[in-house]
Design a protein around this ligand. Structure first.
Ligand code: BGP
Length: 471
């Protein structure tokens, strides 16, 4: 018998900057990504989202394909600068109209819209004006933007994701310097992350105050981990990894606090903590009423002790040349090492379906909330064969094993709302360009009409949905 509830949300996900294109159409303002991707050497092979899959102009074709695949849900993000070109102030009705058209079309086709409010495309005006997430003013401006969206679409949208992977965009933007604004500053990383937690909390509370019928949460990139040996040092490294990583990110959103041991660590490093006592009241109030935890799951990590003169943070494999990813870590605490028991993708991401079950069970034990898998998928170099087909059996194997892991987690008591694959069509990868593909639908980025071709996995997922997870 299937473990999946009959209302289980089988779907796929995307993000505005990665698909929409139409970068300046109908009054849209500039986002930090519109600027960043045009700076020399910031993205892989100079790729940018100016056109992307041109979803803004081709959304009808894309929704028709979703219908054909039988999707029950589709997760997409709203581009803040289509709604408010300067981040605050005058609302651009053309932007509202676009998302109304998309939402209505999805609903007409029995596809539940899951809407992300922030998937990294911060209005450039706010970056210029007060350095964006570095200023607490963003909390106010973001909440105001969210309320506009709730008012415009909240009668029809029943699932809201406030933030997408705040842990990733602040880490990449303020520690690694590979996302805008390209800084390397741990204190700023902690500060900007804290501002996302506050923005999430205020937004959740605002949503609840409006009394709309629907559910709200945020999506955190969740990488569960194992210790490489059972030695005390490696076990300690694993605890540090969780407290500085996943629990720091998730506790602030879902408990309204930060792990004590991590606060102690940062304080010992003379890094100033960004919070005020009153912040925790708001964060806790939101944690009490938030409806679900969103997680984006791609892989697990294996963690080992990292000596004080050990490795620091290293850059990612963005080329797809397997084996080029170096160890990365925090000296004196932990480092991530290769897991000898599992396979890796061409981008050196660990393929670990059972890690999803393990992670879901951990989350259930720590937070006891319903969970939405808001992203899971395999990035690969897909090729079109001579008969025009894309036989992505490796993607089918990957997704099938992860869906099985979801079923196992449900059997262990996890309340799972849905499963969104990343992604529906191929799209732009922030740091990896157009060649790292995730979709059920191949997009021919070389062709002028950006031709869409369903891959083998498209037809397979259709069966999965039809049989409620049995295929
Ligand atoms: C998540 C993001 C997505 C998407 C995905 C795949 O971190 O929320 O926007 O890009 O990862 O990552 P990548 O494109 O780097 O392979």
């Amino acid at each position: 018998m299937t473990q999946f509830d009959r209302n289980f949300l089988w779907g796929s996900a995307s993000a505005a900057y990665q698909i929409e294109g139409a970068v300046a159409a109908d009054g849209k303002g500039e986002s930090v990504w519109d600027v960043w991707a045009h700076l020399e050497g910031k993205t892989h092979e100079g790729t940018n989202g100016d056109i992307a899959t041109d979803h803004y102009n081709r959304y009808e074709e894309d929704v028709a394909l979703m219908k054909k695949a039988g999707l029950k849900a589709y997760r997409f993000s709203i581009s803040w600068t289509r709604i408010l070109p300067n981040g605050t102030g005058i609302v651009n009705s053309e932007g509202i109209n676009f998302y109304n058209r998309l939402i209505n079309l999805l609903i007409e086709n029995d596809i539940q819209p899951l809407v992300t409010l922030y998937h990294w495309d911060l209005p450039q005006t706010l970056q210029t004006k007060y350095l964006g997430w570095e200023s607490e003013q963003i909390v106010h401006d973001f909440t105001a933007y969210a309320k506009i969206c709730f008012k415009a679409f909240g009668d029809r949208v029943k699932y809201w994701i406030v933030m997408n992977e705040p842990n990733i965009f602040t880490h990449l933007g303020y520690i690694m310097g590979v996302h805008p604004p390209g800084k390397h500053d741990e204190a700023l990383f902690l500060k900007t992350y804290h501002h996302t937690a506050l923005a999430h909390a205020h937004t959740v509370l605002a949503y609840k105050e409006m009394g709309l019928e629907g559910q709200i949460g945020s999506s955190i990139a969740f990488t569960p981990a194992y210790s490489s040996t059972s030695s005390e040092a490696d076990q300690g490294a694993l605890k540090s990894y969780y407290d500085i990583g996943p629990w720091w990110y998730l506790d602030s959103y879902y408990k309204g606090s930060y792990p004590e041991s991590a606060i102690e660590y940062y304080t010992s490093q003379n890094i100033e903590m960004p919070f005020k006592k009153a912040d925790f009241e708001i964060m806790k109030a939101a944690a009490e009423v938030v409806d679900f935890i969103g997680i984006n799951y791609y892989q697990t990590a294996m963690v080992a002790y990292n000596p004080i003169d050990g490795v620091g943070i290293s850059s990612f494999n963005t080329t797809g040349k397997k084996g080029t990813q170096k160890e990365s870590g925090i000296p004196g605490l932990y480092k991530t090492v290769k897991n000898p028991n599992i396979e890796y993708t061409d981008w050196d991401w660990a393929i670990d379906p059972d890690g999803l079950r393990y992670g879901l069970v951990e989350l259930k034990a720590r937070y006891d909330l319903p969970i939405l898998i808001s992203e899971n998928g395999l990035g690969a170099f897909d090729t079109v064969s001579s008969d025009g087909a894309i036989n992505d059996d490796y993607r089918i194997d990957f997704l099938r094993a992860h869906i099985e892991a979801c079923g196992n987690a449900i059997n262990e008591g996890v309340d799972l709302l849905g499963y969104m694959t990343w992604s529906f069509t191929d799209l732009l990868s922030w740091l990896n360009g157009f060649k790292k593909r995730y979709g059920f639908v191949y997009v021919d980025f070389e062709s002028t009409d950006l031709k869409r071709i369903p891959k083998k996995s498209f037809y397979w997922y259709r069966e999965v949905i039809k049989t409620n997870g049995e295929a």
